[in-house]
Design a protein around this ligand. Sequence first.
Ligand code: CDT
Length: 307
Amino acid sequence: MTRMITIGAAQLGPIQKDHTRQKVVSRLIDLLRKAHSAGCDLVVFPELALTTFFPRWFVENISETDHYYETEMPSPVTAPLFDEAKKLGIGFCLGYAELTPQGERFNTQILVEKDGTVVAKYRKVHIPGHEEHEPNRAFQHAERYYFTPSNEGFGVWKAFGARVGMMICNDRRWPESYRVMGLQGVELILCGYNTPIHYIPDPSQDILQGFHNALVMQSGAYQNGSWVVGVAKAGVEEGVDSLGQSMIVAPSGQIVAQALTTDDELLVAHCDMDWCQKYTKTLFDFDRYRRPEVYTRITAQRGVELD
Ligand code: CDT
């Protein structure tokens, strides 16, 4: 018997600064309904799916940006999404900016089961970009000013009849993110992203954005025998062009569905969770073949150490 999950990767086109939460939530609900019509069990939305990617601007007083953060989930404005999903019997994964009662700011993603229960919350571990205003840049990537890196790490939860993990955007470039989940038997990894095509510190990488996006998710899937669902907020948002190319990757490393546009677009794939074992019980039988005793540098040291 196979364990199938029909998954919808719900790519979003741009969200401009003046787009209201209500308008965005109605776009999410449209995609949710499309996914339901396509027989999906689970819909995955991007990172920071409720607002424009606000770390592209710097403000002296961070509290001026409080309106971009959610202080409760669901909230009155996001409740219609939760209600519709529960009514349709479809689960979802949603990225948003979180402001806690203690005043901490996280880049967060939640997983909601088909019955409306919030199964898990993941807070982004690898925060890219810069802490300070860099006035010479065409646009900022001040995520390190707006978000605290989470110390909670990468969990794996039982949901949708599978072992599910989450990561957010820059996490997908680090093999450690996948491996920590791989060591917990992950079968499905959900990842939202916002990736500007123009990489200001080294523009020679601009043309490679799509290649690198596929490279990291395909290798992470294959090397850990897991499905990976990567979902973009794409297109030209407030003048900044962001990568689309949302994709669903099989444990073989093959792309089984990929976005064709940089707009709101739903990709659907029927994902057999038992396919993972073809890899985790053979070539990547961790228990049989891994050599943790010679990998101690991975956790003992952070940067490169030269003799
Ligand atoms: N959102 C996010 O993490 N974006 C980064 C952009 C590159 S770092 C400026 C990413 O890894 O795609």
